[in-house]
Ligand binder design. Structure first.
Ligand code: ZN
Length: 223
């Protein structure tokens, strides 16, 4: 029987990047980030020129995505429970996906690039995952599915990362590197230092359209 709930039975972890609170003594402590390397627990993230912080966008976009994924039948687990607290660190976010045996992890961020005219979204995937080459390939496939769906939103592909592909393979991603069985990606949803992108990111309509695009990409990757 065809299902109207394409994500039924799937656990999806949403990771709203950064935290509501920042305290240097907490955030600068070093934690494992894969392959024997360490990294700071977490960074403050960026902000718009008007001072709207990235963690607030990430949180709002995560809640919109949660609603959409649940509408499609998924069970959603968030890596942080509010937008007021210190922590979790980057390694703990991977552990949420690992211990829940999640089907996917979607980490939500926005970038801050000061070069004039830079705009758009890009999708990061890891080339150094604990889960190995098979998991890296599945994560790249997820990145492509979500990238393609985000083309339906008003946010263009990045004009400064990925040379037109909006894809960014990296080996220094603490959360993505530590995934054992869960394909995962990090979305840089726009450039908060661009006034045009900042206005889009703040818009509930854009957040809703992005949530549908990401969720559709998840469904394509899993089916
Ligand atoms: Zn970020």
């Amino acid at each position: 029987m065809p299902t109207l709930l394409p994500l039924a039975g799937k656990v999806i972890v949403i990771d709203p990047g950064h935290n509501g609170r920042y305290q240097a003594s907490f955030n600068e402590k070093l934690v494992p980030s894969g392959h024997g390397v360490t990294k700071a627990c977490n960074t403050s993230g960026t902000a718009t020129k008007a001072g709207w912080p990235e963690h607030a966008y990430n949180w709002s976009q995560a809640l919109a995505l949660q609603t959409t994924l649940e509408t499609l039948g998924a069970t959603v687990v968030l890596t942080r429970q509010d937008d007021d607290s210190l922590g979790p660190c980057v390694n703990e976010r991977a552990a949420v996906a690992n211990t829940n045996h999640a089907a996917l992890l979607i980490s939500i961020h926005a970038d801050g690039n000061d070069t004039a005219g830079t705009r758009g979204f890009h999708v990061i995937y890891s080339t150094a995952m604990d889960g190995g080459a098979g998991l890296e390939a599945a994560s790249k496939a997820l990145a492509i599915d979500v990238r393609d769906q985000l083309g339906a939103t008003k946010m263009p592909r990045s004009n400064y990362v990925g040379q037109g592909t909006a894809l960014s393979p990296r080996n220094d991603m603490g959360t993505l590197n530590l995934l054992q069985n869960t394909p995962g990606i990090m979305l840089e949803m726009g450039n908060m230092h661009s006034a045009t992108d900042a206005a889009l990111l703040k818009s509930p309509d854009f957040q809703a359209s992005a949530a549908w695009a990401i969720a559709t990409g998840c469904a394509k990757a899993l089916n």
